[in-house]
Ligand binder design. Sequence first.
Ligand SMILES: [Mn+2]
Length: 361
Amino acid sequence: MKMTFRWYGEGNDSVPLKYIRQIPNCSGIMGVLDQYAAGEVWPLEVIQDYVKHVNSFGLEVEVIESVNVHEDIKLGLPTRDKYIENYIQTIKNLAQCGIKVIVYNFMPVFDWLRTDLNREIEEDGSTSLYYDQKELEGMTPQMLVQKTAETSGGFTLPGWEPERLAELDRVLKLYESVDEEKLLENYKYFLEAIIPTCEEVGVRMAVHPDDPAWPVFGIPRIAHSKEQFDRIVKLVDSPANALCLCTGSLGSSPDNDIPAAIRHFGEMDRIACTHVRNVKYLGEKRFREASHLSADGDLDMFEIMRAIYETCPDVYIRPDHGRMIWDEQARAGYGLYDRALGIAYLNGIWEALEKTDKKNK
Ligand SMILES: [Mn+2]
């Protein structure tokens, strides 16, 4: 496995690359260039400079996240072909700079959603991201957008790009005529167009699960269960059509057995990268994010790491989110301290797996 850390770019992240390099076993970052709106081409020279800069700190960039899919592609509008062409050009440019995996999602309108970004955990006074379906039902999408922006501490949030949300009313209206089957059909069209290029240039597409793992605001969502991912990997049958298995997103629903899902798709060679974190269930469709420790949440991190170790040991891993601890000021979920603790813990599990494995041979 390759342990990595998400980084938002110079001037856009509270965590310097130098600190990331100092986390034990962390060999690279999962990067993002969020100055480009969905549908725009990421220029080759800009990616080259970015990779060179990260490399100069002794870190690799082999995974890029949030190459966002334009809504017109998800909606299946006639204008989609132009945006798909741009997407293909971005794939080629990224591949030329040594990128091996592109993380994206096919969630309409909204990416991940929370009803509170800074929920205090009573036991220890730390804060974490929190979701309550009942609270969400009392809000319009516009209200949630406003609340998220107001409580983000001035940091940009992935999936909450201003240009995407400025169009909220218009786009929500367009989705009234798109159901799950139609969305899947549009998804297939997109994958059929891009996967041949991915195969040619050696890039794997890694789709991120819906978060939370159920539909919200009546908008269709098609990527939050093992059954749905089985359909997705079959849309185009290629190792380049793969998953970013995010344990916390899929795990927001207790119906999903995460170690079993890892084993299933790991054995099929369809997991290109993983986000590993824990969640704590607080009730029906109500949860908060927890520290990585199994005992602090409801996911069994040992079984998760064992499933990775046994079925896709070469995968890229990053701690997904962390709590905000020790009074750190950072982008919600993306502070240094708790994510670094998460890596140390996951490293420990991995070492135990490796050493017991050798003993048993
Ligand atoms: Mn994730």
